[in-house]
Design a protein around this ligand. Structure first.
Ligand code: SOE
Length: 381
């Protein structure tokens, strides 16, 4: 198999998660590019990386790098991915893939044209028990899927003094809670049930219409502290609820919020079928609830020995050894790099692709349109 080298753009919370996962897989990370030369150099030094790139041009021209991870704010994904694909690099982007579906459609066709592999970090699919839930649904364990409901709740933007670049629509896009965490949930549900959302009806709310923007830099999940601030108007969503209909006729509802005290990053879902139900909570990801009516419901532990043959490879540790958020990146990258190394780009893709990212942007735009029109919207190109 071809030996692949990586580089990472963006050194915040998630860029470091990518680095750690790549290191666990033994993938050589050639270097990083941060938002300023000082930040790049100090991070390259503290993280013991061989190279601090001075610009995107320099990184794009480095022949020793085959794959680039984009861990930058959303508005940069499109220009970065376009340049890197044209320079012959495979691109794995953080989500959302781009700012709108026009950009994501252009990336889908560019990646095809240059025959390179695009991936999007919908990493939550890679909780071992989410893989297992998908396998159980496929096998008919819960019968016909009828109801798909749940939420993704956080509290890190609860106070008007909490700050992050995602709050600003020019950096993060018109939507925030929906695109940042809601698209994880939607991706997971569509992937697990094998059925896309066909219609939706959304209610969005900006609970905090103004916030205090710090004059200095604040990392994701970091508190702004005593920094000097300025008051700014916020237009992106703190909260959304979306009624859903799926192509397989299942009904559903999603609630997302970044202002729910006590919920740190809680993705929860329940899928109710004609024979049973499945429920999962990402804050206790080592247990899957299997609901039954005529016998006792079960709690399936994350134990490769108890998982299906096709999913046990997604659990890196034996039963009783908890796995969590950082492990999901390892499993996603394992799939993505193995696919590139195998070299057959016509083969079916098991990881979230640029097409996945494009579909999520189409859904985001349908959610905006529905909330503006206060009506149901058909999801389509
Ligand atoms: C911030 O809301 C964030 O880091 C998201 O961007 C991630 O995708 C999510 O998994 C955790 O929260």
């Amino acid at each position: 198999m071809q030996k692949l080298n990586a580089a990472i753009i963006g050194l915040g919370f998630v860029g470091r998660a990518h680095l750690e996962a790549l290191r666990r897989l033994g993938i050589n990370v050639r270097g990083i590019l941060g938002s300023t030369p000082e930040r790049t150099e100090s991070a390259a030094d503290s993280l013991q990386l061989p190279h601090a790139y001075s610009s995107l041009d320099e990184l794009a021209a480095d022949p020793s790098v085959q794959v680039v991870h984009l861990c930058t704010p959303n508005h940069l994904h499109f220009p970065e991915a376009s340049q890197l694909l044209r320079a012959g690099k495979h691109v794995l982007s953080e989500k959302p893939l781009t700012m709108d579906s026009r950009e994501s459609a252009a990336l889908v066709s560019l990646a095809k044209q240059v025959n390179l592999v695009g991936g999007v970090a919908y990493n939550l699919r890679y909780y071992p028990l989410c893989q297992e839930a998908r396998a159980l649904i496929k096998r008919g364990t819960i019968g016909q899927v009828r109801l798909v409901h749940g939420s993704f709740l956080q509290d890190w933007l609860l106070y008007p003094t909490d700050w992050n670049w995602r709050l600003e629509s020019k950096l993060g896009g018109e939507l925030r809670a929906v695109s940042d965490i809601g698209t994880h949930w939607l991706d997971l549900m569509m992937w697990m049930t094998g059925s896309n959302v066909s219609e939706l009806c959304a209610d969005l709310a900006t609970v905090l219409a103004t916030r205090k923007r710090p004059k200095g830099r604040v990392e994701t999940f970091q508190k702004a502290g005593a920094m000097e601030t300025e008051e700014v108007l916020i237009t992106t969503d703190d909260y959304a609820s979306v009624l859903l209909r799926f192509e397989n006729e299942a009904h559903g509802v999603l609630t997302v919020s970044q202002v729910s005290a006590g919920r740190k990053a809680r993705l929860w879902f329940e899928i109710d079928g004609s024979e049973g139900s499945l429920a999962f909570d990402s804050e206790t990801p080592n247990t899957l609830w299997i609901g039954r009516r005529d016998r006792a419901s079960e709690l399936l532990p994350k134990d490769p020995g108890l998982m299906s043959p096709e999913t046990r490879g997604y659990a890196a540790y034996p039963g009783g050894h908890a796995e969590g958020y950082p492990d999901t990146f390892v499993q996603l990258f394992k799939d993505y790099y193995a696919y590139i190394a195998a070299g057959d780009f016509a083969a079916p893709r098991t990881f979230p692709t640029f097409e996945t990212g494009h579909l999520e942007l189409i859904l985001c735009e349908a959610i905006i349109e529905s909330s503006q029109k206060k009506s149901w919207i058909f999801v389509g190109e």
